[in-house]
Design a binder for this molecule. Structure first.
Ligand code: GLN
Length: 273
């Protein structure tokens, strides 16, 4: 009988222990709630960020300094974030992927020395313009390339999806183009730095790119020169998702303030070689 009693006691203890354990298991969701709280908090913190997408291969507007992305557009974006009380996050991506990133909400805005064009305006909304530019031709110093005429029959490097690419591809490939049937060829690159490497190595004869980035490349490489290509003036804008008026208004008021204060010219000066 004693044996039966002690067996019962042991069984009761085991039962108690098991219940104890199972009540711990019941507490599991409580821990989950804590995780959810942390996730929500992280989301809130994330909400306080302002995400800019750019292509950091376009000095002086955006370039890598070690691991860090710096440049005129980053200085501007920091001012926008400061005025909005947000924390700026800058992501590097191919130039042609910036607008898609804005469209699928990965980026709050794109800032990349991006020219405001009618075609892009069909996809995104642009801020007021903050810099004027014009396409330039980079070539070796001794090349006889002084303008568009000089590009006839030449191998021309451009950065994929840029206004320089469009201008040259039209000139070379369209029957009414200035370089049509001249034997000129277009070679596209992910960025102008790669294109200028090929130019220095003699694999192409010229690179067509925006004025200030062209001057940066020429100043950084012996033996290159740059001349104006065409006469079409371009205006840079920051792009946001269509209809994102609140953000666009904030961006515009910061840009206007920076323009009024002469800050953008100062940023350009600071980031130029
Ligand atoms: N301004 C040119 C464009 O919008 C080039 C910009 C760039 O390469 N980052 O196409």
């Amino acid at each position: 009988m004693k044996k039966v009693l002690s067996l019962l006691l042991i069984m009761t203890m085991i039962f108690a222990l098991t219940t104890g354990c199972s009540s711990k298991t019941d507490e599991q969701p409580a821990e989950n709630t804590t995780n959810q709280d942390t996730a929500a908090q992280a989301e809130k913190e994330e909400d306080n960020t302002l995400v800019m997408y750019t292509n950091a291969e376009f000095p002086p507007f955006e370039y890598f300094e070690g691991e860090k992305i710096v440049g005129v557009d980053v200085d501007i974006a920091n001012e926008i974030a400061k005025d909005m009380g947000k924390e700026l996050v800058v992501e590097h991506i191919d130039f042609s992927s910036i607008i898609p990133a804005v469209l699928n909400d990965k980026a709050d805005f794109g800032a990349a020395g991006m020219t405001i064009t009618a075609e892009r305006q069909e996809q995104v909304d642009f801020s007021i313009s903050y810099v004027e530019s014009i396409q330039h031709i980079i070539s070796k110093k001794d090349a006889e390339i002084l303008d568009m005429e000089g590009l006839k029959g030449k191998k021309i490097g451009v950065q994929l999806g840029t206004t320089g690419d469009l201008a040259i591809s039209d000139a070379v490939n369209l029957p009414e183009g200035d370089l049509y049937n001249s034997g000129a060829e277009v070679k596209t690159y992910k960025n102008a730095l790669e294109a200028s490497q090929d130019l220095l190595a003699g694999r192409i004869d010229a690179v067509v790119i925006d004025k200030l980035p062209a001057e940066e490349i020429v100043n950084g490489n012996e033996g290159l020169k740059t001349v104006v290509f065409g006469d079409i003036s371009e205006a840079y804008g920051i792009c946001v998702k269509k209809g994102n008026e609140e953000l666009l208004n904030s961006i515009n008021s910061t840009l206007q303030r920076l323009l009024d204060e002469g800050k953008i010219a100062e940023f350009i000066e600071n980031h130029s070689k």
